[in-house]
Design a protein around this ligand. Sequence first.
Ligand SMILES: NC(=[NH2+])NCCC[C@H](N)C(=O)O
Length: 304
Amino acid sequence: MKIDFGAAAGGTSAFSSRDIIAPHVAGESDLLTDVLLCPPHHLAPVPCCAVTRHHLDQGHVTGTEEALRQHGALVEALERQGVRCHMLPPAADLPDMCFTRDVGVATPWGMVALSPAMPHRRGEVDALMRACSRWGTPVRRITEGTIEGGDICIARDGLLIVGMSGERSSAAGIEAFAAPFRVAGWDVLICPFDADHLHLDTIFCMVDRDQAIGCIELLNPRFVRAVEARGISILPMPASLAASLGCNILSLGRRRVLTSASDTLVTSLLREAGYSVEAIDISEFAACGGGIHCLTQPLRRIAA
Ligand SMILES: NC(=[NH2+])NCCC[C@H](N)C(=O)O
């Protein structure tokens, strides 16, 4: 079934979601079949995180045409890899809306709409709720505390990891999100980290069922031990990758990964480790504090 969201304000293209799909993700590196994105027609740097503040200090202004070109290349790469891309219509008053990762998460029990700490991002959740209502997709909305998707890692069946910097995701929000996982007997690991890094996904991302990449010096040593004790090895990446969003990658499953073109180290280390990697230029997004992981909200992954 085709669902039209109508034309974007100021744009000519129509945004549509091709089929109703039942959101379901039980592991960050399971085979990705469907993803939710939002084109960056209205992307603008908001001084709400250290990285964007730094770029604003350097005089950064978003190049909208270039952002649209880079986003288009990301969509093409996803489609080439067999992933169906579903689009939210961009809204003029929501400058961070292309970072779809942060406002919703598909779980083993369906879609969960989150509770962003940043006031300017709350309208994005309303937009997601409207889209899900058009899809006929049931959504559970978190209203307790705050929680953003960049802090959530459904690492693999049975293991949920959540980052807690104290700025974006609060203990109340994390517990509200984690509750069904705990009820189902999942192991829940909370990772404290420095709020300068914004979200956990800027310093830690899964690449396979038993492997992650991480800016090891920036990760809490107890968290590293807890992850390794569960049989997950962390390919160490330099701390500088947090600010450049180089560690913020997307696993497509079957050892295929999308990386940022600006950080050739991640690409080469992953290739050396046997992954098939495609690098994409996301500099316009990195200047606004987000990378490939932030730009993509997996809707459905299938266990291998
Ligand atoms: N999952 C992420 N790391 N998202 C990045 C979001 C960046 C956005 N400017 C914000 O501060 O909210």
